[in-house]
Design a protein around this ligand. Structure first.
Ligand code: KMH
Ligand code: ZN
Length: 269
């Protein structure tokens, strides 16, 4: 089995300080937290930005500051979000890609997202895939439901994406694929050979699906974007605490945790 890549999604677009006061939102908070996560075993950081009021933004300047500070403190693989927040204009969502980070997300389909819709019609997806390709950035395909895998493979046929792809299965969003082991197996069996995958279980699903990924040879994403609790009724103290638990579980199962450079090699960056 490959070494284990632990991705940490530190901030996201939806969680507020009211929900968990430990969420990092300023560039300094994000960089300090990224450092602690690397110490705990993370090799990849998934970044969102917030404005001065704590609201989600895809503003390039905000991302530039965050990326600079994260690079000063860590050598984590930097992955920017192109999902941003529900309702954002596609060109706004694309802004951080032009900073040429190592990776960027690409969601290959629309999905109900709680009471809202995370809108990714074919024209957006192709636009995003082209921009990501032109900037020389490695995409991570965000899969919120099964059909998104086929949509990504359609983009391979059109020459907008290149195999082997890296998929992230986001499971348990209300409106998306339910977070069960059975569904995870189905997703894993639906991607082409040599592709890599991680799983991001939402809320209480983060830990069991992460454990399954360790055993199945996949990779794991944790962090406040997906889950703010350490256990039922107990908020996580930090993202690093969530990373540390996955690293410990990997050790118990003899799965060695990847350094950022090893993760680059696994992902073909
Ligand atoms: N905030 C969600 C609507 C991504 O980062 O690419 C979308 C999201 C996915 O977070
Ligand atoms: Zn995200």
């Amino acid at each position: 089995m490959h070494k284990l890549i632990i991705t940490v999604a530190l901030t996201g677009a939806e969680v507020t300080k009211d929900a968990n006061p430990n969420i990092p939102v300023t560039p300094d908070e994000i960089a300090s937290e990224a450092y602690l996560c690397q110490q705990a075993g993370a090799s990849l950081v998934h970044l969102h930005a917030r404005d001065n009021e704590g609201k989600p933004t895809q503003c390039q300047e905000h991302f530039r500051q965050i990326i600079e500070k994260v690079r000063e403190k860590t050598d984590l693989i930097i992955q920017v979000s192109t999902g941003g927040a529900v309702g954002m204009h596609p060109e706004e969502r694309l802004q951080p890609v032009y900073l040429k980070p190592e990776m960027a997300t690409l969601t290959t389909g629309s999905v109900n997202f709680g009471d809202e819709v995370f809108l990714n019609p074919p024209a957006y997806i192709e636009r995003f895939a082209l921009a990501i390709k032109e900037q020389g950035v490695k995409p991570e395909i965000e899969v919120f439901d099964l059909g998104m895998i086929n949509n990504a493979l359609g983009l391979v046929k059109k020459g907008l994406l290149t195999l082997p792809l890296h998929f992230d299965f986001v499971m348990g969003v209300p409106g998306g694929i339910p977070a069960s082991i059975k569904n995870l197996l189905h997703l894993v069996e639906s991607i082409p050979d040599k592709c890599t995958w991680s799983v991001a279980g939402i809320g209480r699903h983060e830990l069991p699906l992460g454990t399954a990924a360790i055993l199945l040879g996949g990779h794991v994403r944790v962090g406040f974007e997906d889950n703010i609790y350490f256990e039922k009724g107990k908020l996580a103290e930090s993202n690093a605490q969530l990373v540390e638990r996955i690293a410990q579980l990997a050790g118990i199962h003899n799965r060695v945790v990847a350094t950022p450079d090893k993760a680059r090699q696994i992902l073909g960056i």
